[in-house]
Design a protein around this ligand. Structure first.
Ligand code: AMP
Length: 470
């Protein structure tokens, strides 16, 4: 299961935490549209409401009223293959001798099956196939013997993979990031409380401010009265493995991740794209909305090139990516993007997007622009070729489905039907993000993974030190 999700946790001085969680989840909706859930605690008991669908559809005003308490966590879940699985919707809750636990997870464990087997042997029973339940059971088992900080530390020794978690133990809200910091998680202040969230846009919505990122391997515990927080650095790793794709595609452009505004990052990547492979054409056209920031950076550096909208997006068509069959995906691209003829007719065009995964979007768009009268269509992509699947939480199709996995750039160019095709280099990404290569996860580009994935090559031996223990 590949879950690319959004998480939030809030501790507040008053009782209206559900409304704030709801607003934060609205801001994180792009991270997951399949299901939305909130669990609160009123000092005596947990309250939960979890529904399939968008945040706005999943909650009625009466649901929020029922979610009593000043502490709570929330989750938005990403669709994978279009199938709806209620048992995997989150937050995941479990009640046991030492209290009530609720967990929201963004990421993906790489040793979930092993841990599930080990726990099952010790008598644990599982109600879902998701790896979040594995973390919940590990934690519940440890809490019978240890305090919460030690229990989380022990759990982090056992589970391996990517996780940004918000956790609620009774009415205590916490946030944890895996030792390599693969998925984002930030800490902020709002009037009357503190917040942990996948992205800083959640804080903006709540009228709050970003304090900082949660560090890789760090546990943050929010004070139950919302007044502050404590930090525990539980695991230290020699490197990080921040997912570069968060900046390239996944995060909202108005979010700040690791101190870098995503929009500015994308514009910088666009400038680098021009520097590396700029081609002189009459007009530069972005693929809306994913290519827009890249195209504006690209066109800004290019001289004598017009920057114009050449494709209009029908905002009511859902994400093409989750369509189960290739034919449906192709039909959906046409339904979603329509050309603005006057921008492209009789002109040479550079089309800019953030990434190519299967190649469906690019192939269709090149044809759409040609049909609209473009005399040449050159494609420029703001990331390197995606050649390997992601096991760390981004649903990116299987290796066989990835157009770049067994093709040269010339072959992809032919397959897509572009007059020319160029991708951005991995070096340009590391440079723009101002990270050392060793602190970024580019497994989908290099095929070398920062975590031990069965049957796959592992990156950087230093990270082996983080192998799970019993
Ligand atoms: P494809 O048509 O399969 O080549 O997908 C590429 C398009 O999907 C680009 O326009 C990207 O912005 C977008 N995209 C890239 N990665 C993902 C993802 N993990 N989920 C949904 N859309 C994506």
């Amino acid at each position: 299961m590949h879950e690319k999700c959004g998480v939030v946790g809030i501790a507040h001085a008053n009782d209206a935490v559900a409304r704030s969680l709801y607003d934060a989840m609205y801001a994180l909706q792009h991270r997951g549209q399949e299901a939305a859930g909130i669990v609160t605690h009123d000092g005596f008991q947990q309250h939960e409401h979890i529904e399939l669908g968008l945040v706005g559809d999943a909650f009625e005003a009466a649901d929020l009223e029922r979610l009593q308490g000043s502490a709570g966590i929330g989750h938005v879940r990403y669709p994978t293959d279009g199938s709806l699985d209620r048992s995997c919707a989150q937050p995941f809750t479990v009640s046991f001798k030492s209290g009530a636990l609720a967990l929201s997870h963004n990421g993906n464990l790489v040793n979930a099956d092993d841990r599930r087997d080990a726990l099952a042997e010790r008598g644990h029973t599982f109600t879902s196939t998701g790896d979040t339940e594995v973390i919940a059971h590990e934690l519940a088992a440890q809490l019978l013997e240890e305090d919460i900080v030690d229990a989380i530390e022990s759990t982090m020794q056992r589970v391996h993979g990517s996780y940004s978690l918000t956790i609620m133990h009774d009415d205590r809200v916490m946030g944890v990031r895996d030792p390599l910091g693969n998925r984002p998680l930030c800490l902020g202040r709002i009037p009357g409380g503190h917040v942990l969230a996948s992205e800083s846009v959640a804080l903006d919505t709540l009228g709050g401010e970003l304090i900082r990122e949660v560090r890789p391997g760090e546990l943050i515990i929010l004070d139950t009265d919302g007044s502050g927080y404590t930090s525990h650095q539980l695991v230290d790793a020699p490197n990080s493995a921040h997912c570069f794709f968060e900046w390239v595609y996944f995060a909202r452009p108005d979010s700040t991740i690791e101190g870098r505004l995503v929009y500015e990052m994308r514009r910088e990547l666009g400038r680098k794209l021009w520097a590396e492979s700029g081609v002189q054409t009459d007009v530069v056209v972005p693929v809306p909305d994913s290519g827009r920031a890249f195209a504006s950076g690209y066109a800004e550096t290019a001289t004598g090139v017009e920057f114009a909208e050449g494709l209009m997006k029908n905002r009511y068509v859902g994400r093409t990516f989750i369509m189960p069959t290739q034919a449906e995906r192709e039909r959906a691209v046409r339904a979603k993007l329509n050309p603005i003829k006057s921008t492209v007719e009789g002109k040479t065009v550079t089309l800019i997007d953030d990434s190519i995964v299967r190649g469906t979007t690019s192939r269709q768009l090149v044809q759409i622009l040609r049909d609209a009268g473009a005399t040449e269509v050159h494609l420029r992509i703001g990331s390197p070729p995606i050649t390997a699947p992601c096991y760390m939480g981004i649903d990116m199709a299987t290796r066989d489905e990835l157009i770049a996995h067994d093709r040269t750039i010339e072959e992809i160019e032919t397959e897509i039907g572009a007059d020319s095709l160029a991708y951005l280099s991995p070096e340009a990404i590391a440079d723009a993000l101002a990270f050392a290569f060793d602190d970024l996860c580019m497994a989908c580009v290099t095929g070398k993974y920062p975590y031990a994935v069965e049957g796959e090559e592992m990156d950087r031996s230093t990270k082996q030190a983080l192998a799970p223990s019993d």
